[in-house]
Design a protein around this ligand. Structure first.
Ligand code: PMP
Length: 306
């Protein structure tokens, strides 16, 4: 029977057997960092492709630096443990890996220094990100946290209250997701996704200084647009007017992939259908995410099952 698998305190086990105490610092204060890594299952080749796993771990270690989390492990060891956790699940479908680094001391007190740190990873399966026919989004009433409040280039657990507020507000109002704006009214991102628009034929995405996470899918799409389509992505601030004028819009993220947006604030994006550039980029992304384009072999870590 396939089962999720966790690596916790030096051992592989079922996630239900991996427990932390109620006094754990990260549980009280959100003092952790995490990542989300796909092990994409290729039915034809009977293998997983763990996509850009080292880049995910480099980013997690960067996030740890922001939170004074010191781990006695590097990205190569993290990747090896993750591959082994996926192998032990025995799943034959896409597996989602969720590593968390966190302040593990059982200690009350708001600070980051002089605390113990730990790291674990869980390999499990998620329901598919709902994109049938494209997403209907709203702009969120919640302002995206700024980098001087919580460093937004870090994937910091406590920061996700911001995205959770936006997501639930959007869902309860009948939308699929909320696009958060910065305090200056610049388009930032969705709850767990980066934002792209096509405006007058140009591919545009918010720049790093508009409180975004530097998404690995965002980077992948930018590289694919340049290498495969000869299209440079413009990183510039976007405002609400741009969202309403866009011919195409889409989100990117490990969980979401390339997810078309067809409506924003009850206005159709372009014609209201998924646009041609979005469709092409989604195809190109899917090809690399499953390890099927040898040009990008540096991005692939394969786990063979036969
Ligand atoms: N922004 C936020 C806030 C996220 O949580 C994520 C998911 N990691 C992304 C963007 C997309 O990042 P990536 O493409 O690396 O998954």
């Amino acid at each position: 029977m396939p089962e999720p698998c966790a690596y916790f305190r030096g051992q592989f086990m079922h996630p239900r057997d991996a427990r932390i105490g109620i006094m754990t610092h990260a549980f009280h204060y959100g003092t952790g960092t995490f990542a989300g890594i796909n092990a994409n299952w290729d039915e034809e080749k009977q293998r997983f492709c763990l996509f850009r796993i080292k880049d995910h771990y480099r980013r997690q270690l960067g996030s740890c630096k922001m939170l004074n989390i010191h781990l006695p492990i590097n990205e190569d060891e993290m990747a090896d443990i993750t591959v082994e956790a996926v192998r032990r699940t025995n799943f034959r479908q896409t597996v989602y890996c969720r590593p968390v680094a966190y302040k593990s001391s059982e200690f009350i007190g708001v600070k980051l220094h002089d605390l113990e740190d730990d790291w674990f990873v869980v390999a499990t399966v998620l329901p598919p990100f709902a994109t049938t026919g494209g997403l209907r989004c709203c702009t969120s009433s919640w302002t995206r946290v700024s980098d001087n409040q919580i460093p937004t280039h870090g994937k910091i657990t406590g920061m996700y209250v911001n995205g959770a507020l936006a997501k639930t507000e959007a869902n309860l109002a009948g939308f699929d997701d909320g696009i958060m704006l910065t305090a200056d009214g610049h388009v930032s991102e969705g709850a767990v996704t980066n934002t792209f628009v096509v405006l007058k034929g140009r591919l545009i995405t918010p720049p790093p200084c508009d409180s975004i996470l530097l998404g690995i899918t965002r980077d992948t799409v930018m590289q694919l647009a340049r290498n495969e389509l000869g299209l440079e992505t413009i990183e510039r601030s976007l405002v609400r007017s741009d969202l309403y004028q866009a011919e195409e819009a889409f989100f990117t993220g490990t969980y979401a992939g390339v997810a078309p947006i067809v409506e924003i604030d009850n206005r159709p994006v372009g014609t209201g259908d998924v646009g041609p550039l979005t469709t092409r980029l989604k195809e190109l992304y899917t090809e690399v995410a499953f390890g099927r384009n040898p040009k990008y072999s540096d991005w692939y870590t394969f786990l063979e099952t036969q």
